[in-house]
Design a protein around this ligand. Structure first.
Ligand code: KIV
Length: 296
């Protein structure tokens, strides 16, 4: 999509019509969970910010995404919103916020919209059609999420590449059509063979946004912490790192500790001082209170 500095906020219709086969640039989506992160993603010219439930794993320290709640996502969506990014802000509906009823789905999505999102994302295919329809009825734009759906980690038996068999690939393609027909304006394809992502991308009129789904999508999404190398743990092979923030941060913090221990931090320029009259009245001339407090 557009990367001009004065583009204004990216809209749902602009994303919905971004098909590479129609000449659009590939969509760029990055996760963010707080105001500084949102400002960085926005300044980079990305089209969309996803306040993902990956929050659970990359910020809150859980082993999977199942522990985050609507309130957690809302809290972080509000922080992202306060940064006023130019990107379209999509917030994840967390596990169990859209599984019990259409009424719960709409109520929970409304919390995220009121927190600052312009759209929500949910995982699953044909079985989610009633929930997607209810959200569309409530004027809430929806992004689908198919393939490796992390909220199904136990049902999948781990974070595994999906749609590898003939039958599973056909189910994925049918699910993609179902969520499009229900009204989703884009769909994330995660952890699927590149060939299948290409077939889905060709089959749909809405854009596909891949993560671990190869190059044949209408856009790509990565997790902020993965792009920047905020953790230095081994990443999945689909992650390309563009920074080494973990190593840079440890080096900076180590230097700070060394300066504190050696007494070189803070120096005079990093300290506040009394004016000379107050220093004199307090009898502090004997102390190194800096230029403004020294006797005239
Ligand atoms: O929660 C998340 O970050 C996501 C992306 C991996 C697509 O859903």
């Amino acid at each position: 999509m557009s990367t001009t500095p004065e583009r204004g906020r990216v809209s749902v219709p602009a994303v919905a019509s971004s098909k590479v086969r129609s000449g659009s640039d590939p969509l760029v989506m990055v996760t963010a969970y707080d105001a500084p992160g949102a400002r960085m993603v926005s300044e980079s010219g990305a089209d969309m910010i996803l306040v993902g439930d990956s929050l659970a794993m990359v910020v809150l320290g859980y082993d999977d995404t199942l522990s985050v709640t609507v309130d957690d996502i809302a809290h972080h969506t509000a922080a992202v919103g306060r940064a006023k990014p130019d990107c379209l802000v999509v917030a994840d509906l967390p596990w169990l916020s859209y599984h019990t009823s259409t009424a719960d789905t709409v109520r929970n999505a409304a919390v995220l919209i009121r927190a600052g999102a312009q759209a929500v994302k949910l995982e699953g295919g044909a079985k989610r059609v009633p929930m997607i329809s209810a959200l569309i009825d409530a004027e809430i734009p929806v992004v689908g999420h198919l393939g490796l759906t992390p909220q199904s980690v136990h049902a999948m038996g781990g974070f595994r590449v999906q749609a590898k068999s003939d039958e599973a690939a056909r189910t994925l393609i049918a699910d993609a059509r179902a969520v499009q027909d229900a009204g989703c304006f884009a769909v994330v394809l995660e952890g699927v063979p590149s060939e299948i992502a290409g077939v889905v991308t060709d089959a749909l009129d809405i854009p596909t946004i891949g993560i671990g789904a190869g190059a044949h999508c209408d856009g790509q999404v990565l997790v902020f912490h993965d792009v920047l190398g905020i953790e230095d743990r081994l990443a999945p092979k689909f992650v390309r790192r563009y920074g080494a923030i973990h190593a840079d941060s440890v080096a900076a913090l180590t230097a700070f500790g060394a300066d504190v221990r050696s007494g070189s931090f803070p120096d005079e320029s990093e300290s506040y001082h009394l004016n000379s009259a107050v220093a004199e009245s307090l009898g502090l001339y004997g102390r190194a209170v800096g230029a403004t407090a020294s006797p005239g």
